[in-house]
Write a protein that binds this ligand. Structure first.
Ligand code: ADP
Ligand code: MG
Length: 701
């Protein structure tokens, strides 16, 4: 038997990581690659050739036969096209070959990827460009090379390109501010991200019997089981043996790929679980989260499960999210969001904290757009996830610090940063316990946790918006301070921070975000409550948004508008598919069960009457009457859904079409569902050709 590998042996064993590069690359090549990673500088062809040769050798030794440029088109998924290493020789044999050119650039046929009109059809080609900052890895015997995906005109057609641009913009602005504050040894600031991932497991056999899960990822009909999550007995509960085996297998697969998954536990809803990695550089964290979602599904299949990543697979119980933990760290090893022992005197911390507050308030609408999806709309504001209103939680201690800055009279007089109360403020530990689970954007000790992203979403978009907005806030602070003589800097900085706080404190909210009072209070404060994707999207193409993204070189106007089209199109298509799937399930599957049951009831009653004509057959007659009534209502609702879906499709303008889907089609689906779910409660499970909630949610072993 093969000896079990230890975790350190396993970890990264399929990754062309720094250790492998150091071992296998000539010193000067290794240095050149590092320079490229750190400065984004150009890689010479001979260096690329040398890296390619080493990569190929390593990949072939580890069983790879193919290589693929791996990229993240606007579908939200990943894409790959595999080429063999083999290259025929004149004597009829083959060698395994891989050139620097093949490593650096690929040309997939891009015509079928969404481009939102960026790529005219006559120029269907796009190209992929190696991202050396995210390590290559082996999966299914292919060498995967993380790449960015662009059109021939150079427009970004993916999520990685703007993410890298946003990280670099933030780095640029952060370093400028830190130098101003005297931290001149800092040459680089990295965005760090750790994304906690929630998911459901259901039995594969049951999953396959539900068209709604297969086609849309969520159940479109189905009455609640008698038990839901009210007992809260699943949260952090003992792992069931088979689920535990799945998680273990998953951990190992992810470790091999160098993904540092660390925690796992049961979540609130039955069948719901969570996994979290140790944080990494944003770019790698995003790649790793995409990879994690894919591996979760693959390993689930092996264990006879289906892994559901949809934000709201089941009505009536919690949906799934993805918490985006975000911070900034310097090349000198400082976490800029770590308050330290004396947060009130920690100027870099206060500056960055207030820059984040400014950014989140100023661009709350863009953050909302960054997490908008048809699935996530079911979650946000449904009293289980943060509301669609963006607010920030900083905890009591920090709130006090901020208050003292805002009132500010103390420190101005002293001429240096020292003010009453600061000394007695408690040390804010990383494990701060006053967590506010209802806040969409919470300070959690040494990082911010953005809790609105949906479980199925790529975390690229939220981080693009966050990085850019914070870069912008830092740029503003820098501009106001840059001419200040050193001896006046502290005083002036405090003045600047105070003005930011005054303008943006309306976004701070430490109370319960799930209440109706907060919705009203937020409206009074002038905070947006953009409930749905169609509500939020116009903000994405506003002048303010275009100005932000173009100012920092993150997205061009064309790229912004193309993304607008893609998101709306995706929304419309997703609901269209849901509508058709629901119609099909109700018309065929549910009706089949309903009719079979009514037929049996009728026959039973007839048989009884044949035996004893005086029997009234109350049970059967009453049940038939109830079902018949439901059937009538159901047919009406079904017709309406059909008609409204057809009408929505006729809407020319994309935004108007999306709004139509939201206000009519989704509403019709809700109405139809409540009739069907009511009737389902009257029909024994065996009659339905698909599994009910009880079986889906409570049969995991
Ligand atoms: P929770 O109570 O929310 O589970 P944890 O402390 O376990 O909090 O952390 C959750 C996530 O936050 C993990 O993925 C962790 O790696 C990540 N995280 C911790 N520190 C940072 C940081 N400095 N930057 C980004 N993410 C971080
Ligand atoms: Mg968390």
């Amino acid at each position: 038997m093969e000896k079990m590998k230890s975790v350190p042996e396993l970890f990264g064993s399929l990754v062309f990581n720094d250790r492998v590069m150091r071992e296998r690359l000539p010193k000067d090549v290794y240095k050149a690659v590092h320079k490229t990673i750190e400065n984004g500088s150009h890689l010479e062809l001979d260096v690329a050739n040398s890296v390619a040769a080493a990569m190929k050798e390593w990949a072939v030794e580890n069983g790879a036969t193919h290589f693929t440029h791996w990229f993240q088109p606007m579908t939200g998924l990943t894409a790959e096209k595999h080429d063999g290493f083999i290259s025929p020789e004149p004597d009829g044999s083959v060698i395994m070959d891989f050139s620097g050119k093949e490593l650096v650039k690929g040309e997939p046929d891009a015509s079928s990827f969404p481009s939102g009109g960026l790529r005219a059809t006559f120029e269907a080609r796009g190209y992929t460009a190696w991202d050396p900052s995210s390590p290559a890895f082996i999966k299914d015997r292919s060498l995967y090379i993380p790449t960015a995906f662009c059109s021939y005109g150079g427009e970004a057609l993916d999520k990685k390109t703007p993410l890298l641009r946003s990280m670099s913009a933030l780095n640029h602005e952060a370093v400028k501010v830190l130098h101003l504050l005297g931290m001149t040894d800092v040459t680089h600031v990295t965005t760090t991200v750790g994304s906690e991932q929630e998911y459901f497991l259901v039995s594969k056999d049951l999953y396959k019997k539900r068209k709604d899960l297969l086609f849309t990822g969520r159940t479109l009909i189905g009455a609640n089981a008698p038990k839901g999550q009210e007992m809260e007995d699943h949260y952090f509960g003992v792992l069931k043996p088979k689920v535990s085996a799945y998680m273990h297998d998953l951990d190992e697969e992810l470790w091999k790929l160098g993904i540092p998954v660390k925690t796992k536990h049961n979540e609130v809803a039955p069948g719901q679980h969570e996994l979290a990695p140790v944080f990494e550089t944003a770019n790698i964290a995003v790649d790793h989260n995409q990879l994690t979602m894919e591996v979760m599904k693959k390993v689930a299949d092996r264990h006879n499960y289906a892994c559901l990543l949809h934000e709201k697979p089941f009505e009536g119980i919690n949906g799934s999210g993805k918490h985006n933990n975000w911070s900034l760290s310097t090349n000198t090893g400082i976490n800029l969001l770590k308050p330290g022992k004396h947060p009130a005197q920690n100027l870099p911390f206060l500056t960055f904290l207030i820059a984040v507050i400014t950014a989140v308030d100023e661009y709350a609408d863009l953050l909302r757009v960054s997490v908008a999806s048809p699935g996530n709309d079911h979650r946000l504001g449904a009293n289980e996830a943060p509301p669609a209103i963006i607010s920030m939680f900083v905890g009591d201690e920090l709130a006090k610090v901020l208050e003292s800055i805002e009132q500010g009279s103390d420190f101005e007089d002293h001429g240096k940063v020292m003010y009453s109360g600061a000394e007695v403020l408690p040390h804010i530990s990383v494990d701060t316990t006053d967590r506010n689970r209802t806040s969409p954007f919470a300070f959690t000790g040494n990082k911010f946790e953005f809790r609105m992203p949906g479980s199925a979403l790529s975390v690229a978009n939220p981080n693009i918006v966050l990085n850019t907005a914070v870069a912008d806030a830092l740029l503003d602070i820098y501009e106001e301070l840059k001419e200040t003589p050193p001896e006046e800097l502290n005083g002036k900085l405090m003045e600047v921070l105070r003005s930011r706080l005054k303008a943006h404190k309306k976004v701070l909210f430490n109370g319960n975000g799930y209440t109706e009072e907060w919705v009203e209070e937020a409206a009074r404060r002038g905070l947006d409550n953009l409930k749905s994707l169609p509500d939020a999207m116009p903000r994405w193409i506003s002048d303010k948004s275009v100005s932000l993204f173009t100012r920092h070189g993150i997205l061009t106007r064309e790229e912004i508008f193309s993304r607008y089209d893609i998101l709306l199109e995706n929304y419309v298509k997703a609901i269209h598919i849901e509508s058709l799937t629901m119609q099909d399930m109700v018309r065929k599957d549910f009706t089949e069960g309903l009719l079979a049951y009514m037929k049996d009831l009728t026959q039973e009653a007839a048989q009884k009457k044949a035996l004893l004509p005086e029997l009234a057959c109350f049970l059967e007659t009453e049940r038939i009457r109830q079902l018949d009534e439901a059937a009538g209502a159901m047919m009406k609702a079904l017709c309406r859904l059909e008609a409204d879906t057809a009408a929505a499709e006729q809407e020319e303008d994309l935004l108007a079409r999306a709004k139509c889907y939201e206000s009519t089609v989704l509403a019709d689906m809700d109405a139809l569902r409540s009739i069907v779910d009511g009737a389902e409660l009257l029909i024994p499970d065996d009659y339905l050709p698909y599994p009910t909630y009880s079986r889906l949610l409570f049969s995991l072993r």
